[in-house]
Design a protein. Structure first.
Length: 472
């Protein structure tokens, strides 16, 4: 899909409080962890899009009963293939009705404990989702379920030894493909996994989660230590489910074998999706504002909000309570002047997914913005640092790129550029905001990839008063 986006010529149209799609990281974990619990878990507001459906697809292949909130079988498709999850015995109450206009999913998951997964009859297709592949690697290794994890062309280029290596240290029989890329093959070991101590050279919530999930199945304590503390959605939800888990600095430990309790969760809105709308409000014409409700503001991944403060931006935040240990809040931002900032270290780790939109804000701020400590972005769905550098240069910005970041000289962006999203949702979304603040129209190719994390994004921009033309 190709879209042409013209600059905003007036304030954003007020729409009242909006709710962004559910948090992808939490949605993956909620579905997967619920499958390991003893009993029925009910989850509202799951993130839409293909990534979370890939997790659901894999669970269905492993024999996990998965239904929609009304109790009907979950029917979905991944990469053009439809699946119907196994049906559980009738009798459970449905979830409350939700706003029909919300493009989000509810689910009932029937877990049968740590021994409830069945061996699949074919490879588990993770689609484009690295989270699905890495977290399932840990679960399959721990459960002793033999399976092969595969992905699409993009996922098949991403490094998987970083998760396979630590699991081998727990005695997992696990193999990766050429150059440590997918597929991942997990073999059954009669002796089972052994508890152990893993010290990682990189901070990664996905690797940490895979190790902790494997540790649930072991006899003893398994620990994971990382240089800086990565996002802790796994720790929060496992603790809510009754896992024996402790955190000491950057070390997390879990004691197995675990017995996990089912749960009910209304998934918080994804701060990574909210970031694009908050950024839009900041760079829109005077008089613009956007208000978002039920947004997750977990401190270990709220680096974007701290980065906005570094730019001199003021964002209103009102805590609304919590959801399964996750803090949620109402956020409001309005048009204002931004100053260049230096973003690095722990702040970048806690806002790693938001670096593309932060680079856009840097190009529109006064002065120079430097972002360091983001080398992880070289091996995402695309090389996000390279894509942001080339795209911003095409729009007239002066950009220097480093192995782990960018330096962006701010001021303004010109129009007339054609931006390739590189099949990466964050690139498509970031340059959509850049286009709205540029001097002239901008075209984005492969724009449909925005639907991976924010289905309906371009339609929402139109409702906000933006001139967005879908060309094909």
């Amino acid at each position: 899909m190709r879209v042409r986006i013209s600059p905003l010529r007036g304030p954003l149209r007020p729409l009242g409080a909006l709710r962004v799609p559910g948090d992808k990281s939490i949605s993956h974990r909620a579905l997967l962890f619920a499958s390991l619990a003893d009993g029925e878990s009910r989850i509202a507001g799951l993130a839409p899009g293909g990534d979370v459906r890939s997790t659901a697809f894999c669970l269905a292949q492993l024999g996990v009963p998965l239904l929609r909130g009304d109790g009907t079988p979950w029917r979905s498709s991944v990469a053009g293939r439809e699946f119907v999850a196994p049906v559980r015995p009738a009798g459970a109450a449905p979830l409350p009705e939700r706003d029909a206009d919300m493009d989000q999913d509810d689910a009932i998951v029937i877990g049968h404990g740590l021994a409830g997964l069945k061996e699949p009859i074919s490879a588990l297709d993770c689609g484009n989702s690295g989270t699905t592949m890495r977290l399932f690697a840990g679960v399959l290794a721990g459960a002793g379920v033999e399976a092969t994890l595969v992905g699409d062309a993009s996922l098949s280029r991403r490094p998987m030894e970083r998760v396979a290596g630590p699991l081998r240290k727990l005695s997992a029989a696990i193999e990766t493909g050429p150059d440590g890329r997918p597929p991942i093959r997990v073999r059954r070991r009669a002796a089972g996994l052994q508890a152990g101590t893993i010290v990682s050279e990189i901070s990664s919530a996905q690797i940490k989660s895979a190790v902790l999930l494997a540790g649930l199945f072991t006899d003893g304590e398994t620990s994971f230590t990382e240089p800086l503390r990565s996002r802790d959605h796994t720790e929060r939800l496992l603790r809510q489910m009754g896992a024996e888990l402790s955190v000491r600095g950057t070390t997390v430990s879990v004691r197995g074998p675990a017995r996990l309790k089912p749960f009910a969760l209304d998934v918080p809105g994804d701060l990574s999706s909210a970031a694009f709308l908050l950024a839009l409000a900041l760079v829109a014409p005077e008089g613009s504002s956007i208000e978002l409700e039920h947004v997750g503001v977990n401190p270990t991944r709220a680096g974007f909000l701290d980065a906005l403060a570094s730019f001199g931006a003021r964002v209103f935040l009102e805590l609304e309570g919590g959801a399964a240990g996750e803090p949620v809040a109402k956020l409001k931002a309005s048009a204002q002047r931004l100053e260049g900032a230096r973003l690095d270290g722990d702040l970048v780790l806690r806002g790693i997914d938001e670096v593309p939109i932060l680079a856009v804000l840097g190009a529109l701020a006064t002065g120079t913005t430097v972002i360091r400590g983001a080398s992880e972005l070289r091996v995402k769905e695309s090389d996000r640092l390279a894509q942001m550098a080339s795209g911003l240069r095409a729009m007239g910005a002066t950009v220097e790129d480093f192995p782990d970041g960018l330096s962006v000289s701010g001021g303004k962006l010109r129009g007339g550029a054609v931006i390739d999203s590189a099949h990466d949702h964050r690139i498509a979304l970031a340059f959509s905001i850049a286009a709205l603040a540029a001097d002239g129209p901008t075209e984005i190719t492969s724009a449909e990839w925005a639907d991976v994390s924010f289905p309906g994004f371009f339609q929402l921009l139109q409702r906000l008063g933006a001139d967005v033309e879908i060309l094909n």
